[in-house]
Write a protein of this length. Structure first.
Length: 478
């Protein structure tokens, strides 16, 4: 744990170091304890802040189970498929790092992949020539592609291009990579990498959801700068340490995912309550927190149904997304997704809707200065589901408050009949709604935990880890 040693010998607290590298204290604590991995950007900031004493490679020994990565990768047989994306150059480092950790690597380089990295450089780093052709007489005399498919403990596709994802989702076998993928029974990990518009496209999202539903694992893509000038967004391939951690998870038969076998319903985003065909009542919720929770739950092994109001962000990989507009539609979608083991109700559901929605656009009338809307209460989704005959075993609600945050949350927990409430102050000054960070209080039956400010992804990760521990304890004491 090089970071822990460095902080100790330089007598620097996690809080002070977090300020230096512009992250949260919680992140530094998790990195220090080996319970998380930094993004490459953060790893580089840490390298600068420690004068080169802690390098990105020092985080490669990250291992949530306490086992070293080497233990889990030694002797493993990994087939890496490199497709035709700019991120293919990172796959050379991936090969090197996997081999350093004792894995045997074989590589398939697609035709387009060869435009980005050469078979010669891949072969030199992998220790054997890459496979490139389905109809190769040297390797196919004994139907070599079936052998490749069967002989590999895991298949990693990095970068996974939009084109390859589309072929895989539709069961193509038109080249060596797709034929092997179709013929294998081994676990498959995808590391998508592409331009943000390609990633956000409905077709790509559909394909990734299909592949996740088929049981494939997905790591990334991350948000950040693209190789193209002035292009940024979600689409960067996951960094090499993240891919390695995901491969370890894939290969580790003992690393049981904490929410495996659970069905979880997560609601997210705002609702839109129509006034007339062009106007609606809405709120500032972006869906970032709910989507992050859905993604973290899927990573923890749950089958996730995400019921989302109208948002501008893509569906997270690996979840079944249902898109709705109004509170009534959201309740109906949640009810039809039941039964579930866990419900997390993150959506900012409008309390009120218009009593009557005009069928035509409402027009101004000469001489009439005022106008009023008659509102009626919307169904209370959290309360309805918490008291339903088919109530999930565990229900978590979110309470967005602007005053007396904790008191209101405690009352809400009792009144609604849910198990936990995650309370946050969404007053304007804090910029929580729509923003990237959140400072929440977890209100349980027994206590109130004040969590420090952290990113919404970190809140999601911590909530899901806390939930996994709680369900495991309940099971053990049952
Ligand atoms: C310069 C250049 C960069 C490209 N980068 C990507 C990329 O990052 N991600 C992607 O999905 N496709 C990218 N493409 C398009 C793919 O190379 C193309 O769809 C190809 O057919 C993929 O084939 P494969 O999936 O069999 O490797 C790029 C194309 C070019 C010319």
């Amino acid at each position: 744990m090089k970071l822990a040693q460095w902080l100790k010998s330089n007598d620097i607290s996690a809080r002070e170091f977090a300020a230096r590298v512009k992250t949260t204290e919680a992140t530094v604590s998790r990195l220090r304890n080996g319970r998380a991995q930094p993004s490459m950007e953060l790893a580089q900031k840490i390298m600068t802040a420690t004068g080169g004493a802690v390098t990105p490679n020092d985080f490669l020994d990250f291992s949530p189970s306490g086992q070293t990565g080497e233990d889990r990768l030694t002797g493993s047989r990994i087939l890496l498929i490199i497709a035709g994306g700019i991120a293919a150059y990172k796959s050379l480092d991936l090969i090197r790092r996997l081999r350093e950790r004792g894995a045997n690597i074989r590589v398939i380089l697609t035709r387009a992949g060869q435009e980005f990295v050469t078979p010669l450089s891949v072969g030199a780093i992998a220790g054997s020539a890459p496979y490139t052709d389905l109809f190769d007489t040297h390797t196919e005399f004994d139907v070599g592609h079936i052998r490749l498919a069967r002989d590999s403990g895991a298949i990693v596709v990095a970068p996974a291009t939009a084109d390859l994802l589309a072929k895989m989702a539709n069961g193509h076998a038109s080249d060596l990579a797709t034929a092997v993928i179709l013929a294998t029974n081994s676990p498959i990990l995808l590391a998508p990498a592409m331009n943000p518009s390609m990633w956000a496209h409905a077709a790509t999202q559909r394909n990734v959801s299909q592949l996740a539903a088929d049981g494939l694992s997905v790591v990334g893509p991350n948000e950040g700068q693209m190789a193209e000038a002035n292009e940024a967004g979600v689409g960067r391939m996951a960094e090499v340490p993240e891919i390695i951690a995901a491969v370890e998870g894939l290969l580790d038969p003992h690393g049981v995912k904490p929410l495996a076998g659970k069905h979880m319903i997560v609601t997210s985003g705002p609702t839109h309550e129509p006034i007339d065909p062009v106007r609606y009542i809405a709120n500032r919720s972006s869906g970032k927190q709910g989507h992050a929770i859905a993604e973290a739950a899927a990573r923890a092994g749950a089958r996730v149904t995400l019921v989302s109001g109208p948002v501008q962000i893509p569906d997270p990989p690996g979840v079944d997304a249902v898109h709705v507009e109004s509170a009534q539609e959201m309740l109906a979608a949640v009810q039809s997704a039941l039964p579930a083991d866990v419900g997390i109700f993150t959506a900012a559901v409008a309390d009120w809707r218009t009593e009557n929605q005009a069928t035509q656009k409402m027009k101004k009338k000469n001489g009439i200065e005022e106008m009023s809307l008659s509102l009626v209460q919307n169904p209370d989704i959290l309360k309805t589901i918490s008291n339903a005959a088919e109530r999930p075993e565990f229900v978590i609600g979110f309470a967005a408050e602007t005053e007396k945050v904790i008191d209101s949350a405690k009352t809400k927990r009792r009144n609604k009949g849910c198990d936990w409430i995650v309370a946050n102050d969404v007053g304007h000054a804090r910029g929580v709604m729509g923003g990237e960070v959140n400072a929440v209080h977890l209100v349980t039956e027994r206590e109130v935990e004040d969590w420090p400010e952290m990113t919404k992804d970190e809140v999601a990760e911590r909530l899901i880890a806390r939930l996994g521990d709680h369900l495991a304890q309940n099971k053990a004491s049952a």
